[in-house]
Design a protein around this ligand. Sequence first.
Ligand code: CCH
Length: 288
Amino acid sequence: QTAKVATKFTPTKADYQKVYNRIAEIIDDASDYDDGSYGPVLLRLAWHASGTYDKNTGTGGSNYATMRFEPEALHGANAGLHVARGLMEKVKKEFDWISYGDLWTLAGVCAVQEMAGPKIPWRPGRIDGFVTHVTPDGRLPDATQGAPHIRDIFYRMGFNDQEIVALSGAHALGRCHPDRSGFQGPWTFSPTTFTNDYFKLLFDEKWVWKSWSGPKQLEDKKTKSLMMLPTDYVLTQDKSFKKYAKAYADDNELFFKDFSSAFSRLLELGVPTQQFVASEPWIMGDEA
Ligand code: CCH
């Protein structure tokens, strides 16, 4: 008599590459959505899934993918991210062996890379957690606030001023949606291409308060078609932030390098090192 032993599937880098390739297809299959790409909203999902980390308690971060659960899905900062989670649900059905935390962070990597950004070192190992792992509301930044708030939030994750500024450069991508955050419009003229234009525009354009009934935001005086959040504008007003923002406006290569390392670290927040499959992160890419 032979006992049937269920063998556990151990995915390799090639298996994760298949997931990456599938996500890349979905990103581009968006002719009717926003600016024609799901990349920005997927990047925002990866960031919000990771940015709940608190270094003092070791809670939050990307490990348990707790945004699947109602309390966190309904946090104000996560409005609109059901779109991104819904897209990733399709991928999860095809590749059921991947954890949600790995799937969502890989989607962030894929989004940056497929929108012409830098390579983001990434490795799998996150596990699905439970509703008890959900962190309290208020751990993500509030766009209406100033420098002290931004520092409180990002220092809690373990980032310094330089990394805060580098990460903020993600706002080269995507746009604000009145039905999600209440704010309105894109930061750059190329919201589906990763560039340092966000920093360039912050310094090159004249920014004035938009007069409208929505939340306080700035618009470029010349075309009135671009926007900055109060927290974006602070990067040109605070002395320490300004130094880095200017450096990134002047040097795209430096921005790419610093964004890549800070974002890679962001995606690993809250994941115990021993859970990672590989001792060093991988570079994923379209190797077809
Ligand atoms: Fe952000 N972001 N973000 N952001 N964000 C919004 C949209 C995007 C803040 C507020 C907002 C990061 C930091 C901050 C993206 C990536 C990153 C929106 C509009 C607000 C508000 C949401 C809407 O209406 O759809 C604040 C405040 C901070 C820091 O102080 C960081 C860090 C990252 C990634 C590394 C991306 C991408 C978007 C566009 C999403 C889309 O759907 O187009």
